[in-house]
Design a protein around this ligand. Structure first.
Ligand SMILES: [Zn+2]
Length: 434
């Protein structure tokens, strides 16, 4: 006997140092040793890649309050099926929004006992709650989300620039920002044409807002740009980082895989904010990832009920903005990344290690001794066609239906235990806890 609870052997273990054949040894939910492939008996995964579970720091669960849009049980089941073992829930779209300690407790109670993967929470910074932020941070949120533009829901209003400055001064925390400048937006006309919608939210809106966030954190604090779509903002982000400004950025699978030119008329399932832009922009986002200016790829999983997508009219102005891709992010990104010559280790860095580091989860996102045994067996060369009825999130609305993708998740383990979709073994995570 080896004294381990679980040993997984693979010819392709994706470690921070790259891919190699190894035996990953687990005891009490943690990786306690990484041995040569032949050295320890165990479950042989052969040529299936063994990767760390992905860490998705941008998920809208919406429970309680809008549970009919999405809930903890369905979202975390979709996550596990997609190889995601940790999600951090956004503070808005649920009611109440997570803007004080009482609301966080309400969220935790709603999530408790329902989760198939680990779940942490972002807090929200809104006008007038700067005084709540230190207590909310101490209660375990991983940082604070704010909008600089209308959020789409009335109970989560945006901050203006003085409000952002006040929030940054109120607490030493990570601020994650929806960066579009309201002054640069134009009213979206009622239209079935995607181009009309894109014109209403130009790249300049992101550029202006990101410049403002950079300016704000130059005098202190730490910010992260959510769901970067406009590649034209990459240069100012790179410059700021060179100056030592504590700013980082993420993008999402849809900005890397979909292009404005290809969106059919009336196909509101493609609507999100900021919008998907043209193919030349997409190419530059890939370069931003390769250069490291964009560190993370996360889903911005933001579902709603199918009627809110307005399939009756196909009106982009009236439809809810949000794309739900928690279950598909890995194959979407991997399919495109491999075509560009990236290794699986790159995808793991963007979708697991870097998001874990962003929120300060040292035991997540890596196959290293001491880390949680959150693991994924992945068949990188297998192909499948997206069938919306096989998606586990609450309403199977997706812009990816019928797409051929590479990479199939065969099995997901959470702390060394296979996730079976039946038992809710996910834990609620708090900032700073081991
Ligand atoms: Zn979002």
């Amino acid at each position: 006997m080896t004294g381990y609870d679980l040993v997984l052997r693979s010819r392709r273990v994706v470690t921070p140092e790259g891919e190699r054949a190894a035996a990953v040894c687990v005891r009490d939910g943690r990786i306690v040793a990484i041995e040569p492939f032949e050295a320890v008996p165990g479950e042989d995964l052969g040529d299936l890649a063994l990767m760390p579970g992905l860490v998705d720091t941008h998920v809208h669960v919406n429970e309680p309050g809008r549970t009919e849009w999405e809930g903890f049980a369905t979202a975390t089941r979709a996550a596990a099926a997609g190889g995601v073992t940790t999600i951090i829930d956004m503070p808005l779209n649920s009611i109440p929004p997570t803007v004080d300690v009482t609301a966080l407790e309400t969220k935790r109670k709603a999530a408790s006992g329902q989760c198939h993967v680990d779940v942490g929470f972002w807090g929200g910074a809104v006008p007038g709650n700067a005084g709540e932020l230190p207590a909310l941070h101490a209660a375990g949120v991983f940082g604070f989300k704010c909008f600089l533009v209308d959020s789409g829901v009335p109970e989560f209003p945006p901050l203006d620039r003085p409000g952002l400055d006040e929030a940054l001064r109120a607490v030493d925390a990570l601020f994650v920002v929806h960066a579009e400048d309201p002054g640069s937006l134009r009213p979206a006309p009622s239209s079935r044409r995607y181009a009309d919608f894109v014109r209403s939210r130009p790249a300049a809106a992101e550029e202006t807002a990101i410049a403002s966030v950079i300016e704000a954190v130059r005098s202190g604090g730490r910010a992260h740009i959510l769901h970067l779509s406009a590649a034209s903002a990459l240069e100012s982000l790179a410059d700021a980082r060179r100056d030592g400004v504590r700013i980082s950025a993420e993008t999402c699978p849809h900005y890397l895989a979909l292009a404005a030119e290809d969106v059919p008329d009336g196909a509101t399932r493609f609507k999100c904010c900021p919008p998907i832009r043209d193919i030349a922009n997409q190419e530059r986002l890939w370069r931003g990832l390769a250069d490291g200016v964009i560190g993370c790829v996360v889903s911005d999983h933001s579902p709603c009920t199918p009627d809110l997508k307005r399939p009756d009219t196909g009106d982009f102005a009236a439809a809810w903005g949000g794309i739900a891709s928690l279950q598909l992010g890995l194959p979407i990104v991997w399919t495109r990344a491999r075509g560009r010559g990236h290794a699986l280790a790159d995808v793991v860095r963007w979708m697991a290690a870097n998001p874990a580091a962003l929120v300060g989860l040292p035991r997540k996102g890596r196959i290293s001794v001491g880390c949680d045994a959150d693991l994924v067996a992945f068949a990188p060369d297998d192909e499948f066609t997206v069938d919306p009825t096989e998606l586990h999130h609450r309403h199977p609305v997706t812009p990816y239906g019928g797409q051929a993708l590479r990479g199939v998740v065969r099995q997901t383990w959470l702390r060394g235990v296979p996730v079976d979709g039946e038992r809710q073994t996910g834990r609620l995570l708090s900032r700073g806890q081991e």
